[in-house]
Design a protein around this ligand. Structure first.
Ligand code: NDP
Length: 456
């Protein structure tokens, strides 16, 4: 292997792998350096294994309504089976990533890398690589508050490898990871509590989504403890005792921190070469992912633009197009949909009602209904669908769904929104019946409107 490359990528996660493959496809000589497994957070200890666990947990809901369809289910759950099957699938995906890199003739170097100069990367082995361009794609890691006993808690990293399920778990945080893992643990039979410093989970989401999710989590037995935080943890026999800032103490089988993620930027040599970072340690980049050092670029979570895999992939691809494909490409971060794989699921794109209401006169359409699958049972949970448009059939500003397949539905609505669709465009689509998504194209009158900033 030569030590001289057109591109050296540090970090083989979603953004780095995409950039390496596309640059390789343009004929660049590329090396990718990774100290752990190929695939990064999403594939190895994030989106993919998380969603597999969510599927596992959702059987509880299905078993609950199964008798209404005439089924008798005598179910039991085996955690080691789910773990082993998940691990097998992650291995398969990792191999697919490796063969994708091989196909693009990218050298995979399994080592730790630090920047030693604007065109130099030093490996843990002491070997030095030179590169015309360096891409930092080192991702992020769970942030854990600095409290006494923090080492007794786990993060999502460890949650994927627990030898056995705890009898109970306390999850701190009110974001994506907290509600998704609460769904997983509760669905798999663990007594689950969330402690969140705010007033309601998923700060920033549309209020109907937050309320609906709160009710859904509670109806699945998840305890929500608001407006307090963990002050300290201590071991007490097999359990961990959490002391909260409001003075309460309680024991749990496990404690998990889901308190956000920090960019993996420390110890990379950024200061040595003069790459600028923001106040949170995220690498500062321009619209083309170029850092303050012209030969060094950065994409994905380490830049903290939007901590989402598809965004890292886009940024990695756009970087390779810009630098190696002679196609300068800036990623548009203005319209990003996301799904939260809680139970019930949430998906959202565009403006939440509280934001849209500040942008002029808007119409709000809301539907609440029992998913058809539940109608034979006593399960009363409602799907919530909300469409927010400029007034009188104007441009669609936001789509928010809570309920089964929310992510699948909103992904399609995202296409329409990226084309600046109006309510009239939605209305032209013929409904598919009976589906839940048909609600989005059959809204007749706004449920309420905002005029001159006031709800009418
Ligand atoms: P989030 O930023 O979504 O949530 C972090 C939560 O922790 C917030 O509720 C925050 O409170 C709370 N928090 C932060 N610091 C502290 C502290 N010191 N003490 C107590 N509470 C604290 O982070 P996540 O870890 O859940 O997820 C990280 C990112 O990963 C997400 O933002 C998302 O972009 C991505 N992700 C996406 C998923 C998806 O697309 N389905 C799934 C998982 C992750 P407050 O609200 O007050 O700030």
């Amino acid at each position: 292997m030569s030590d001289s490359y057109d591109l050296v990528v540090i970090g083989a996660g979603s953004g780095g792998v995409r950039a390496a493959r596309i640059a390789g496809g343009y004929g660049a000589r590329v090396a990718i350096v990774e100290e752990y497994r190929i695939g990064g957070t999403c594939v190895i200890r994030g989106c993919v294994p998380k969603k597999l666990f969510v599927y596992g947990a959702r059987f509880r809901d299905l078993f609950e309504i199964a008798p209404s369809f005439g089924w008798t289910v005598d179910a039991s759950f085996d955690w080691p089976t789910l773990l082993a099957n998940k691990d097998k699938e992650i291995e398969r995906l990792e191999k697919a990533y490796v063969s994708g890199l091989d196909g693009a003739k990218v050298d995979i170097i399994r080592d730790r890398a630090v920047l030693a100069g604007p065109n130099t990367v030093r490996l843990g082995s002491g070997r030095e690589l030179t590169a015309k361009t360096i891409l930092v794609a080192t991702g992020a890691r769970p942030f854990v508050p600095d409290i006494p006993g923090r080492e007794l808690g786990i993060t999502s990293n460890e949650a994927f490898h627990l030898a056995q399920l705890p009898h109970s778990i306390l999850i701190e945080g009110g974001g994506y990871v907290a509600v998704e893992f609460a769904t997983i643990f509760a669905g798999l039979g663990v007594a689950t509590s969330i402690v969140y410093r705010g007033e309601q989970v998923l700060r920033g989401f549309d209020h109907d989504m937050r309320e609906g999710l709160e009710a859904g989590l509670q109806s699945r037995g998840i305890r929500l403890i608001y407006q307090t935080s963990i002050k300290a943890l201590r071991q007490a026999g097999e359990d961990i005792v959490a002391s909260f800032t409001d003075g309460v103490e309680a024991p749990f089988g496990a404690v998990m921190f889901a308190t956000g993620r920090s960019p993996n930027s420390a110890g990379l040599g950024l200061e040595t070469v003069g790459v600028g970072v923001d106040g949170y340690g995220a690498i500062a980049v321009d619209a083309y992912s170029q850092t303050s050092v012209p030969s060094i670029y950065a994409v994905g979570d380490v830049t903290n633009r939007a901590q989402l895999t598809p965004i890292a992939i886009r940024e990695g691809h756009a970087f390779a197009d810009t630098v190696f494909g002679d196609k300068p490409t800036a990623v548009d971060h203005s319209l990003i949909g996301t799904a939260v794989f809680s139970e019930p699921e949430i998906a959202t794109i565009g403006l939440a009602e509280h934001d849209a209401a500040t942008r002029g006169d808007i119409d709000v359409y809301v539907a609440r209904f029992r998913p058809m699958m539940n109608t034979l049972s006593l399960k009363s949970e409602r799907t919530i669908m909300k469409l927010i448009t400029l007034k009188d059939g104007g441009k669609v500003l936001g789509v928010h769904i809570l309920g089964p397949s929310a992510g699948e539905i909103v992904q399609m609505a995202a296409i329409a929104m990226s084309m600046n669709a109006t309510k009239a465009d939605f209305d032209r689509a013929v409904a598919m019946h009976p589906t839940a998504a048909e609600e989005l194209v059959t809204f007749k009158k706004p449920t309420y409107v905002y005029r001159d900033g006031a709800k009418v």
